[in-house]
Design a binder for this molecule. Structure first.
Ligand code: ASP
Length: 316
């Protein structure tokens, strides 16, 4: 019987046990489990991988702990601008949105682009207009307010530090726990079709309409039944330049590497480019992998062969 699997992440970076309280750790684990359960339930009922990754990401977007949807970070202007993408590995259809505001679940909007538009990638006001046309749920600004994100931003807003300037001590300290917070999911369904979804608020104090790797098909998100479905998290600028997700697919397609080997190769390459972060992946046989080049990644997986894992630190 075809094995079905789901893997999710809630961001990677310098996530250390000594920086975490037991309550916070429990809250993260609970959030990951809820998202895993929602996505896995879709697969168990014979639903599609696209619906499974969407269901998991919606739960993570609604959880203020993660930097996507409700928990999105503040831009330089003190608002939230969100990016998201979803890709169907069976049809190679994809939907992406960038720089949208007030959309409760950006992954829902990306799915509308995939299913109900003639386009792949919508941005800014046009994407927001499309959200209204499609009846995607909007929320007022205060829905996206969270004190800890506000405090992160307040300490940065009068500076020009909007990117991961590794030479800047203050920024380093500030972003130590929360360097990356994007969420994502990849799944293989009972028909052997795979899909990937990723959603993010981007980076604290970002400006000039900055867009990261998340909504760029082939960089932060990619799915192809012939190879793999990948969702990335990390320093977006580097993942864009490395065309990270598609590079994994290429290594599998052209070099015959396994999912794990291909992901490890690309994540090692990202480290050499000083691109901190990681990725989750699945192939059409239901094999899964989670690979990072940093201290930790909020992550979880479940598979119909009985595997079940929730982790935060290290590469265990
Ligand atoms: N990759 C995301 C970005 O650069 C950030 C993250 O993964 O947290 O926007």
């Amino acid at each position: 019987m075809q094995r079905f699997s789901l893997v999710i992440h809630g961001g990677a970076g310098t996530i250390l046990k000594e920086d975490m309280t037991p309550d916070l750790e429990e809250a993260y684990q609970k959030g990951l489990n809820e998202a895993l359960d929602a996505g896995y339930a879709v697969l168990e009922e014979g639903g599609s991988s696209v619906n499974a990754v969407k269901a998991a990401v919606v739960i993570l977007e609604d959880n203020v702990l993660f930097n996507a949807g409700k928990g999105s970070v503040f831009t330089k202007k003190g608002v939230q601008e969100m990016d998201a993408a979803i890709m169907d590995g069976h049809t190679l259809d994809a939907g992406s949105i960038a720089g949208v505001r007030n959309v409760r679940n950006p992954i829902e909007l990306a799915t509308e682009v995939l299913r109900n538009s003639n386009h792949v990638f919508l941005s800014g006001k046009g994407a927001n207009d499309f959200a209204i046309k499609q009846g995607v749920k909007l929320e007022p600004d205060d829905f996206f307010f969270s004190q800890f994100r506000y405090d992160q931003w307040k300490a940065l807003r009068d500076s020009d530090n909007y990117s991961l300037d590794h030479t800047h001590q203050r920024l380093e300290e500030l972003m130590r726990d929360k360097k990356f917070g994007t969420v994502g999911a990849v799944a293989c369904d009972v028909d052997g079709h795979i899909a990937a979804a990723t959603s993010t608020g981007g980076m604290t104090n970002k400006k000039y309409g900055r867009i990261g790797d998340t909504p760029i098909i082939g960089s932060g998100t990619y799915a192809n039944n012939a190879t793999c479905a990948i969702s990335c998290t990390g320093h977006g600028e580097i993942f864009i330049r490395a065309v990270a997700a598609y590079d994994v697919s290429c290594l599998m397609e052209y070099k015959g590497m396994s999912l794990q080997q291909a992901m490890q190769t690309v994540v090692d390459k990202l480290r050499r480019m000083e691109g901190e972060g990681g990725m989750i992946g699945v192939d059409a046989a239901g094999n899964t992998a989670m690979v990072i080049n940093c201290a930790g990644m909020y992550r979880a997986m479940r598979s119909s062969n009985g595997e079940h894992f929730v982790g935060i630190y290290g590469t265990e």
